[in-house]
Ligand binder design. Structure first.
Ligand code: DQA
Length: 138
C-alpha cells in the first residue's frame, strides 16, 4: 500500500526515488513471489488509506505500507494500524534519517511489526521477505 505522491515514482525526484514506476517494479516483485497473492493500492488521500487498512486488515496475512509523508504526521494511520489484525511493515524507499529532520519522526512505527528503509525499491522486497522468506538460512 502506497501513500501520497508515490504514484509519481519514476518521475518524482529520481535522484532520491529512482527511475522506475511502481507498476513496473510490482510486476517484477510478483514474479519473485509466485505463491503469494499480492494486491496493490495507492492513494494520495489519508482517509482512503485508512479505509483500505480497515478493508484488508482483517483479511490479508500482512500489509507492506509506505505511508509517504503521512508517516510523519498521522495519528489516524497509527490508530488504524493498531485497530487491525494484519501485521503491517512500514517501508521507505529513502533513508529518511539521512534527510530533513521532519522525516526523522514516524508516527506509525510503534504500531507496526517492523520498519525497513533506505534500500530503494528493494525495501518492498525486503518487507515481503520478512513475511514470506524465499530462502531459509539454517
Ligand atoms: C518516503 C519518505 C517520506 O519522507 C516521503 O514523504 C515520501 C516517501 C520514502 O519512501 O522514502 O513520500 O516514504
Amino acid at each position: 500500500m502506497n501513500g501520497p505522491n508515490l504514484n509519481l515514482l519514476g518521475k518524482r525526484e529520481p535522484a532520491v526515488y529512482g527511475n522506475l514506476s511502481f507498476e513496473a517494479y510490482l510486476t517484477e516483485l510478483k514474479k519473485q513471489y509466485p505463491t503469494c497473492e499480492i494486491s496493490y493500492f495507492q492513494s494520495n488521500v489519508e482517509g482512503e488509506l485508512i479505509n483500505k487498512l480497515h478493508e484488508t486488515g482483517f483479511e490479508y496475512d500482512g500489509i507492506v505500507l509506505n505511508a509517504g509523508a503521512y508517516t510523519h504526521t498521522s495519528a489516524a494511520l497509527f490508530d488504524a494500524i493498531q485497530a487491525i489484525d494484519a501485521p503491517v511493515i512500514e517501508v521507505h524507499i529513502s533513508n529518511v534519517h539521512a534527510r530533513e529532520t521532519f522525516r526523522h519522526v514516524s508516527r506509525i512505527s510503534a504500531a507496526c511489526k517492523g520498519v525497513i528503509l533506505g534500500f530503494g525499491l528493494d525495501s518492498y522486497r525486503l518487507a515481503m521477505d520478512a513475511f514470506e522468506p524465499q530462502q531459509h538460512l539454517s
